[in-house]
Design a binder for this molecule. Structure first.
Ligand code: ASC
Length: 126
């Protein structure tokens, strides 16, 4: 699917960069640095939810490298569970964002950030 391990690393890092960019834009609203605009948050959350499905295909066998810890491959069931949790959290954030309830958005944003952080703590090198 990827020509080589470097291409897989490049792909997953690119996807994570886009996720982080759009998640961060929601974060600015949640923190109160940017005024809440329903359409903007809804657009950003839809991008995060869609992109959340993509990185995992680029952690296949033989694609060790980048900032991924060896545990991605040696404890793959746990990694997959963390990936599922993140996708579910992103889908919930998108649901809240489309409905336009800022309190729910804040809660779902927090849960999604915890899912990002939990997986990074266990599976991403500093
Ligand atoms: C971000 C980002 C992450 C997560 C994480 C949440 O915006 O780039 O990796 O949020 O820091 O705790």
């Amino acid at each position: 699917q990827f020509q080589n391990a470097d291409k897989a690393v490049e792909y997953r890092e690119s996807v994570m960069t886009v996720i982080g960019t759009h998640f961060g834009r929601i974060g600015a609203v949640v923190k109160g640095d940017v005024p809440y605009n329903k359409d903007e948050v809804a657009k950003n959350a839809a991008i995060v939810a869609m992109m959340s499905t993509l990185p995992w295909q680029a952690f296949g066998p033989g694609t060790e490298g980048g900032k991924a810890k060896p545990e991605v491959w040696s404890d793959n069931a746990k990694f997959k569970a963390a990936a599922e949790k993140m996708q579910l959290a992103a889908a919930n954030l998108n649901t809240a964002a489309q409905s336009g309830d800022l309190d729910n958005i804040k809660k779902a944003f927090g849960a999604t950030g915890q899912a990002c952080k939990g997986c990074h703590d266990d599976f991403k090198k500093k």
